[in-house]
Design a protein around this ligand. Structure first.
Ligand SMILES: [Zn+2]
Length: 294
């Protein structure tokens, strides 16, 4: 079995920040997606963070999602962790901590900053009391889209939605989160126009925040060059969800159209697993996360 020296998420995130790469974050809705991601991570010897949104958590079950990820982690001796992505309330974030998530993302970014800070503080305290290894992520500024669709229209990201350096500083000082997701120009889903990541803003926030890990949401649709620049500017954890979902759904749709006689779900899902594996490998390499385990 290959030697994996570190199975601690916080240490891996710190290494990524120091060494100038990013820990990949991919969402899952089912075991087929998870299997494709694990195969990619295992083949490339890369740590990954697997996420479940509130909807995905409800569908999979929180305890069930934690158990699945743990089983794969143990089987492959692979640093694969699970994050409760975009918990929009203190209660869903607490439910994730209770279920044994390695990481929880409390996203109260639609609230006024004072309320965002107050709710996030509660989760930091709750998580620390349970397990000091849990990494807590907060969010400042807000993303203009909620769901990961492929939009046919161009979407503008207004400057007032982006994270302000002063707000990010205050948020970190008062909440003590491990990771911060600042809105810096990306969105959830893929718009008809390419996003433009505000690299100078990333640099300014990175400089102001010291050791806090910076997270980029909405990586899908962003040109590779912008992703590389964002990492160079200090981003150490990047979410790609829509790209993975697209790969999965396209493969599934094609197989079902071409094989209307097939009724065995694992055979129908096999091309989707493969499509997820390939897309995840592409993104893991882009983030510089391949071969980071030994
Ligand atoms: Zn997100």
């Amino acid at each position: 079995m290959p030697h994996t020296s570190k199975l601690n998420l916080k240490e891996i995130l710190s290494s990524a920040r120091r060494q100038g790469w990013a820990v990949p974050h991919f969402n899952i809705s089912d075991i087929a997606m998870l299997r494709g991601l694990v195969e990619a991570a295992n083949e490339l010897r890369a740590p990954i963070l697997v996420g479940t949104s509130e909807g995905e958590s409800d569908f999979l079950g929180r305890r069930q999602a934690v158990a699945l990820v743990s089983a794969f982690r143990e089987e492959h001796n692979l640093p694969i962790f699970i994050n409760a992505d975009h918990c929009h309330s203190v209660s869903t974030a607490k439910a994730a901590v209770d279920a044994g998530y390695d990481s929880v993302h409390i996203d109260l970014s639609k609230l006024p900053l004072d309320d965002n800070i107050a709710g996030t503080k509660k989760i930091v305290a709750y998580a620390r009391a349970k397990n000091t290894d849990i990494s807590v992520e907060g969010e400042v500024g807000y993303l203009v889209t909620d769901s990961s669709q492929v939009y046919k229209r161009a979407i503008a990201v207004p400057v007032e939605s982006l994270a302000k350096v002063e707000d990010a500083k205050r948020f970190i000082k008062e909440t003590g989160v491990d990771r911060l997701a600042p809105a810096v120009g990306t969105l959830h889903g893929i718009a008809a126009n390419a996003p433009r990541i505000d690299i100078e803003r990333v640099q300014a926030i990175s400089k102001a925040l010291g050791n806090t890990i910076l997270v980029l949401h909405g990586g899908s649709g962003a040109p590779d060059e912008q992703i590389r620049k964002a990492i160079a500017a200090g981003i150490a954890n990047i979410h790609f969800s829509t790209d993975i979902r697209l790969a999965y759904v396209a493969a599934l749709r094609e197989f079902i159209m071409e094989h209307p006689e097939e009724t065995t779900p694992y055979k129908i899902l096999a091309p989707a697993v493969e499509a997820v594996r390939l897309k995840a490998m592409e993104k893991i390499k882009l983030m510089g996360a391949a071969g980071r385990l030994s």
